[in-house]
Design a protein around this ligand. Sequence first.
Ligand SMILES: Cc1cc2nc3c(=O)[nH]c(=O)nc-3n(C[C@H](O)[C@H](O)[C@H](O)COP(=O)(O)OP(=O)(O)OC[C@H]3O[C@@H](n4cnc5c(N)ncnc54)[C@H](O)[C@@H]3O)c2cc1C
Length: 240
Amino acid sequence: MGRGVTGLILKAMRADDYVFTVLGAEAVSEHYHRVRFDGGEFLQRNPWFPTMWVRLWIPKSGTATTDEDAGDLAQRGYTIIEPEGSEFTIEFAIHDGPAPRWALDAAPGDRIAATMMGADLTIPEHPAPSEYILVGDAASIPAINSILGTAAVPCRVFLEYQHDGERDLPVHADHVTWIARENRGAALVSAVLAAGLPSDAFLFVVAETRATREITRTAKRDLGLAKDRIKSQAYWLDRG
Ligand SMILES: Cc1cc2nc3c(=O)[nH]c(=O)nc-3n(C[C@H](O)[C@H](O)[C@H](O)COP(=O)(O)OP(=O)(O)OC[C@H]3O[C@@H](n4cnc5c(N)ncnc54)[C@H](O)[C@@H]3O)c2cc1C
């Protein structure tokens, strides 16, 4: 029961714990859901920055609860957007998993535990990137939008989709290249690499594990992007 080994490790690392309270929830589409939270002191103690994320402690049952520590919990990363005072929003891409089940069930007054540790974004300044190349899917639209909202250079956006409706989700870019998820992410990898990754760009790649690794490896090994010009993080693992 509880947070298991992961929770013990984070505690030993002195990670910061919070409780978020649900203020409201709305369906954006069949496959995308938004939940508004009050985070108490969370944003006061952790000033917001683009791509900021937390580790939510999701009840494995997927059932929302008024008790933040009820049942067996699994840790899942989620991006904080639209901060205002102590409030913020989290957007959930919907698939068959405990986190989306929790979000679909969430109602005002429900509480969820969260841990802040490991989130960062450093973009090199000398020289500044010629452009940002942002690669992800529905799960990373919140993070990608948060970069698009603050970027001072041109951005190219590549998003993989699993449902046609995802192409209607709001992405704050003039142009997005949408790629249907095929062959466990291989189509996304091909599209990004074929479009070209200049060595003076900043690459933000946060898709499914396999595509994220493949694009990152090629960018470093074959295309000469320096380590500090790449932010790469697998946002989910295809267990299908
Ligand atoms: C730093 C960070 C920030 C993130 N921010 C967000 C965010 O803001 N919004 C968001 O929706 N997600 C976000 N994610 C991704 C999210 O944490 C994962 O999708 C997570 O696995 C969801 O947990 P789960 O309980 O639904 O499913 P799991 O128990 O992890 O998986 C259950 C099943 O669902 C499948 N699955 C998991 N994720 C996806 C997916 N995205 N698409 C299709 N199938 C999937 C798995 O392959 C498995 O078959 C973020 C991840 C990280 C690391």
